[in-house]
Design a protein around this ligand. Structure first.
Ligand code: PEP
Length: 252
């Protein structure tokens, strides 16, 4: 059975002490809930080691927000897969739309990042999604198909079984404009069909596909109740323990 997952993308928010306070609160709040999902936080890089120490003592899992596509070397300011591995990080977001837009990341680079993560036993959370114009032009399925093909489909099925997909329509990220449960389900079912055609039924049934884009405690239940929606990648609402845990409690 595939896993339900709720992952929090903190983006470039919090100071060290704020981060420690939030993680501490999440860990305490988790203890009081019988969550039907895996809970992951993806704080900024300087807080990953501290978060990883908390994860060792709790059920909380930790992911990074990005890595460089090279294993090591003269890439000032970047962080690498072996660095994450050395502090026991289990997940890493790649291909977030903000990285695609502001840092001009291509699917070819993302494919290299995925390879490195998997080499180091770290599970990629691979983000796909269309911009508003692409949805309005009715090219959103083609856009997502190309992102999947160019970024992920070079992997063999063993490798791919360690990948999590996050469908994040760019027009819904940080805008308060959520995809409807039907729109999310339609795209998730399409992504699962692409995976089925490439890797077969077993892999397609096992891969978790998360929805991201203005997900909050008020809409999480209707999104997560869709057959092919296995949880969420949460931005703004992951910055408060109450909201994050309310979202994580939204599985039937
Ligand atoms: C995100 O950045 O991955 C995201 C889903 O953000 P928000 O929940 O704030 O829309």
């Amino acid at each position: 059975m595939r896993k339900n997952i709720v992952a929090g993308n903190w983006k470039m928010n919090k100071t060290f002490s704020d981060a420690e306070e939030l993680i501490d609160q999440i860990v305490v709040d988790m203890e009081n809930k019988d969550l039907k999902c895996e809970l992951i936080i993806c704080p900024p890089a300087p807080f990953l080691e501290m978060a990883s120490d908390y994860a060792e003592e709790s059920r909380l899992k930790v992911g990074a927000q990005n890595i460089n596509e090279h294993e090591s070397g003269a890439y000032t300011g970047e962080i690498s897969a072996p660095m994450l591995d050395s502090i026991d990080i289990e997940y890493c977001i790649i291909g977030h739309s903000e990285r695609r837009k502001y840092f001009h990341e291509t699917d070819e680079q993302l494919a290299q990042k995925a390879n490195l993560l998997l080499d180091y036993g770290i599970k990629p959370i691979f983000c796909v999604g269309e911009v508003l114009e692409e949805r309005e032009n009715n090219t959103h399925f083609d856009v997502v198909k190309k992102q999947m093909e160019d970024g992920m489909f070079h992997l063999n099925s063993d490798e791919f079984s360690n990948v999590i997909i996050a469908y994040e329509p760019v027009w819904a990220i940080g805008t308060g404009k959520t995809a409807s449960p039907e729109q999310a389900q339609e795209m998730h079912a399409y992504i699962r069909k692409l995976i089925l055609e490439k890797y077969g039924k077993e892999t397609a049934e096992e891969v978790s596909i998360l929805y991201g884009g203005s997900c909050n405690p008020g809409n999480a239940k209707s999104l997560f109740s869709q057959e092919d929606v296995d949880g969420g990648l949460i931005g703004g609402a992951s910055l408060k323990s109450d909201d994050f845990l309310a979202i994580a409690s939204s599985f039937e």
